[in-house]
Design a protein around this ligand. Structure first.
Ligand SMILES: [Zn+2]
Length: 502
């Protein structure tokens, strides 16, 4: 490739300065903080935005800001060709750091450790150095490459509107905020809330309350329920025997305890005050009735990759449906309807009629995550990552009708469209060619469940900065980036700018 030797030599000589810049920007805690005047995402993100600007100016670039939410560094005044979109905010440091303190960056064993080194301040600095390399090496470019740095990627990308309200999308955009090679397909999102209600019932045994995950995009590793029964109808021993059989079948474990006993304190803490209050009212109504709390324990995972977990909520429903609940109750019928629509292990959405797949994005996934059940009704929510072929008609309408057939109403919901940049576009081909030339690895396009920084851009893809197989503990303690991966990223970005902006 043209200039390949110069580019390689440049970064082999300057990589340490690049690491120093990464340490400098990662020393700022830029997690989201309360909004202040002129600081839409709080003090930390603002400081990082300003410090990054200082760094750009020291290298001889001008720096534009957009509402103090986004910064931009321009390579030149030419026609805009390429945006590189990175972000300077981080997730909270959290506990468990052992190699170093989260904002005290160190280099050790070929890695650079600290919050933001991988996600995404390290890559932002790498892109800044790519602009500098083009300039220092005097590589001739006529078109502009612009480095755009946001400050709210981790909390919903509220930063991007500040930028895109003033600027049109560049002809090409890549975001070094994921992994190599290229992510060109992100599934759509469909997350309807659905609900049913009924008059308060008295029959026994009866489901009184149920809770799933606290966030729609988290596959529940635990779920909680309270049932009311009598010893003569279903005793604790009988429940435990049924639980054992369900565990054997699906792997979800169950802890069952009479309300007021020790285990109840753990399970009950996740149940809301209303359920507690109604528990007292219920036992006053029928002195011989007993309440049992049930904790289902599966394994949590991200809702976009449900097969990595074991859903405690659908496991709990499976168990509850195996109990001899009073079949004349509306609540019992609704519970069985949920089991029918969301059978345990159905991560493809077959039962609710959502299952589909296509060559570009693979199969749709569906994770039943949220549930809030009380004595007069429930609401629930699932997180579905929809294949590129999903439409209002073949997904939204089918799910709505299948819920309605069970007397469950879906709230008005938009299907958030999938994102797809053709893998054979000149832009994607260039990224893959440079990747292959500089890393010696096979370049290919990847499809993911969604949610990258470029999801809303017509011609945006994710590219870097970690190599396949590198587990950089992004969002966890001891986050790191592999130094060689950052260096080769800087070389690749420089090559790409040289090629695309010539
Ligand atoms: Zn990120």
């Amino acid at each position: 490739m043209r200039y390949e030797e110069q580019i390689k030599n440049y970064f082999d000589a300057h990589w340490f300065e690049m690491m120093r810049d990464i340490s400098r920007i990662c020393a700022i805690n830029s997690e989201k903080m309360p909004e202040k005047e002129g600081m839409p995402f709080g003090e930390g993100p603002y400081q990082a935005l300003m410090e990054f600007g200082e760094m750009a100016k020291e290298k001889g670039f001008s720096y534009d800001t957009y509402g103090n939410a986004v910064g931009a560094v321009n390579l030149n005044d030419g026609e805009r060709q390429l945006d590189i979109l990175a972000h300077l905010d981080v997730v909270p440091a959290g506990d468990g750091w052992q190699v170093t303190e989260p904002f005290n960056v160190i280099m050790k064993d070929g890695r650079i450790y600290g919050r933001g080194t991988a996600d995404d301040k390290g890559p932002a600095v790498v892109a800044l150095w790519a602009l500098k390399a083009i300039r220092d090496l005097q590589i001739p470019v006529t078109k502009n490459a612009r480095l755009v740095v946001g400050t709210d990627e981790e909390c919903g990308s509220g930063d991007l509107p500040y930028y895109y309200a003033k600027e049109a999308e560049a002809p090409m955009t890549f975001s070094p905020d994921a992994e190599y090679p290229v992510i060109n397909v992100e599934k759509g999102a469909f997350r309807p809330v659905f609900r049913a209600s009924w008059e308060k019932e008295a029959g026994l045994p009866r489901l009184v309350s149920m809770k799933g995950s606290l966030k729609f995009n988290v596959l529940p590793g635990k779920a909680f329920a309270v049932i009311e029964t009598k010893d003569s109808l279903c005793s604790l021993d009988e429940m435990k025997a049924i639980a054992g059989k369900v565990t054997e079948k699906i792997g979800v474990q169950f802890e069952i305890a009479e309300e007021g006993s020790a285990v109840e304190a753990v399970a009950g803490s996740a149940l809301d005050a209303a359920a507690d209050a109604s528990a007292k009212a219920g036992s006053a109504a029928d002195a011989s009735a007993l309440r049992f709390s049930i904790t289902a324990i599966g394994e949590t995972s991200h809702a976009a990759s449900p097969s990595k977990g074991n859903n405690a909520l659908t496991g709990l429903i499976e168990f509850l449906c195996a109990l001899p609940l009073d079949e004349s109750l509306v609540s019992t019928a609704k519970l069985h309807a949920l089991k029918k629509l969301f059978p345990h292990g159905d991560y493809a959405g077959k039962a609710i009629g959502a299952a589909m797949e296509d060559e570009v994005s693979g199969p749709l996934t569906l994770t039943f995550s949220m549930m809030d059940w009380n004595e007069t009704g429930f609401w629930g929510q699932f997180d579905c990552r929809a294949s590129v072929c999903a439409t209002q008609e073949n997904l939204h309408d089918v799910v709505r009708d299948n819920l309605l057939a069970e007397g469950i109403e879906m709230d008005p919901t938009e299907l958030e469209p999938p994102h797809h940049v053709p893998g054979d576009s000149a832009f994607v081909k260039e990224l893959l060619a440079v990747y292959e030339a500089y890393t010696g690895r096979k370049g290919e396009c990847l499809a993911i469940g969604g949610g990258t920084y470029v999801h809303h851009l017509k011609n945006g893809v994710a590219f870097g900065c970690s190599m396949p197989g590198t587990e950089n503990r992004m969002h966890g303690p001891d986050e790191f980036a592999v130094i060689d991966e950052l260096i080769v990223s800087a070389k690749m970005f420089t090559q790409i700018i040289a090629d695309l902006c010539q």
